[in-house]
Design a protein around this ligand. Structure first.
Ligand SMILES: [Zn+2]
Length: 137
């Protein structure tokens, strides 16, 4: 996707208005317009990078520092019980906007809109060894 057509680039350029909660030279944070929970925040680098593989390390570091700062601020101000920090890469993993971003999603014990209920089974050791061989090979 070209940066000209990217919704987050439009928000960065202020072509689309947003509820900005924080901004510096490299990073913008705004309230998600389709919030999973009250205070659901999106944090983006101002420059367009499609995913974690494309973003330079130094930009990633400055963005994650802002994520930490804002997660702490939101937790303090909005009084929720926990939060998820989510970062999706590629469509198969649920990345909808092809501009690298973090979600900060406030959570409470009794919330029902967002659940991480992932069925898991303990791996067989030979399978782990096989995967390790491929990764390290
Ligand atoms: Zn973009």
């Amino acid at each position: 996707m070209l940066a000209e057509n990217c919704i987050f680039c439009k928000i960065v350029r202020n072509d689309i208005p947003s509820k900005i909660i924080y901004e510096n030279d490299e990073t913008l944070a705004f309230l998600d317009i389709f919030p999973i929970a009250e205070g659901h925040t999106i944090v983006v680098p101002k420059k367009h990078y499609e995913n974690i593989e494309a973003i330079p390390d130094e930009i990633l570091i400055s963005v994650i520092k802002i994520v930490k700062k804002l997660a702490t601020l939101l937790h303090d101000k909005l009084n929720f019980e926990g939060y998820n920090i989510l970062q999706n890469n590629f469509k198969a993993a649920g990345q909808v906007v092809q501009h690298f971003h973090f979600h900060i999603i406030p959570r409470n014990f009794n919330d029902s809109r967002f659940r991480l209920a992932i069925p898991r089974e303990q791996a067989i050791e030979e399978d782990l060894d096989q995967i390790l061989k491929i990764i390290k090979g």
